[in-house]
Design a protein around this ligand. Structure first.
Ligand code: UT7
Length: 324
């Protein structure tokens, strides 16, 4: 059996920070942000709105889109780096909220590669025959972990959630995958939990350990290489070339990363779906939100072959070649 997409849903909070709004927090301007990142606005969760609230709404929409009941789910995998609690996991909170009483549930942390990694796990459970319906959610409320005094990061991040349900099918679904990590460069993108690390804390302007710190240009160089190689590998595994692929849906971090990777892959930007202009970087939510919008806009159609590819904290990467 193959893991076929049977439903998708996404959600982003109502509040929006435009580039002009960002000028109120830090010394920046619309021109710099647009030229260096492609981002024009980002959605921001309300003070009383958290990752599981976004994830629950995306999950409900995915169930509606698939036309199945929550009790039909066998497993919920939720990828996030901004959990409401360490325990219960966000996936357990969502399981309760949607009343998916027959589903197992666990969270994973692979930062911006989280949703793709969740997809890889779903594929294994379905192909072994253990489960028939697996929901993978990418959800992050990065605004809660953003240092709004650091202009090199705060202009990038936004909040959102996307959910995809994979069902067992004899038709093609998730066809090939590639995941990997380079832990040696993990210090290029950090957010602290329990470990007390004074040097790390002091590298933040806010001195808040939970805030994200990033060595932007170094992560960007890694991202271009990781996105290119992972996309090539998932094609090669199936004996495809990139020209056999209809759409590429990358993690929406920075338009310059996507353009550089497109050049290396020798693909036209028309083949690459982007929506970072409207959301910024939403970490694990970015790929499933983009998948939903690609379908809504008629860019991704049933029968198309497409690649999802993520890269980020860890450092990690992941790609999958999927037939929709
Ligand atoms: O999702 C996980 C993966 N994350 C990513 O893939 C993000 C990767 N990195 C990036 O997107 C880019 O590195 C950034 C957008 C964060 C920064 O772009 P950059 O081209 O690497 O710029 P830079 O950090 O080299 O900074 C260039 C200049 C600096 O000024 P000086 O030192 O040349 O005088 C910065 O201080 O731009 C300055 N700068 C800004 N200026 C106006 C940095 N942030 C801003 C800002 N507004 N918001």
């Amino acid at each position: 059996m193959n893991a076929k997409i049977i439903g998708m849903g996404h959600y982003a909070p109502q509040k929006v920070y435009t580039n002009t709004d960002m000028e109120k927090f830090v010394e920046t301007n619309d021109e710099w942000i647009v030229q260096r990142t492609g981002i024009k606005q980002r959605h921001i969760a309300a003070d009383d709105e958290f990752t599981t609230d976004l994830a629950t709404k995306a999950a409900q929409k995915a169930l509606e889109n698939a036309g199945i009941g929550a009790e039909e789910l066998d497993l919920i995998i939720l990828a996030t780096v901004t959990p409401d609690y360490f325990t219960p996991s966000c996936s357990c909170v969502v399981q309760k909220n949607i009343n998916a009483k027959n589903a197992a549930a666990f969270d994973i942390n692979a930062a911006c590669s989280g949703f793709v990694t969740g997809t890889v796990i779903a594929k294994q459970f379905i192909e072994t025959g253990l489960y028939k319906r697996v929901m993978v959610i990418g959800a992050d409320a990065l605004s809660k972990a953003t240092d709004y005094t650091d202009r090199s990061t705060c202009i990038l991040f936004g909040d959102a959630a996307g959910a995809v349900i994979y069902g067992a099918s004899e038709e093609n679904g998730v066809m090939s995958i590639d995941i990997g990590a380079n832990g040696a460069d993990g210090d290029k993108l950090t957010s602290l939990a329990y470990r007390y690390d004074e040097e790390e804390i002091n590298m933040r302007l806010s001195k808040n350990p939970n805030h994200i710190r990033m060595a932007g240009s170094e992560v960007m160089n890694f991202a271009v290489r990781a996105m290119t190689k992972a996309a090539q590998r998932v094609c090669k595994e199936k004996g495809f070339t990139i020209n056999d692929v209809d759409v590429i849906i990358p993690h929406q971090a920075n338009i310059r990363i996507i353009e550089s990777a497109a050049k290396l892959l020798k693909v036209d930007m028309n083949k690459i779906f982007t929506n970072l202009e409207f959301y910024g970087n939403t970490s694990s939510a970015s790929v499933p939100v983009a998948m939903c919008e690609a379908v809504e806009q008629g860019v991704l159609k049933r029968g198309d072959k497409f690649i999802i590819v993520g890269f980020g904290g860890g450092l990690t990467w992941g790609a999958a070649l999927i037939e929709y």
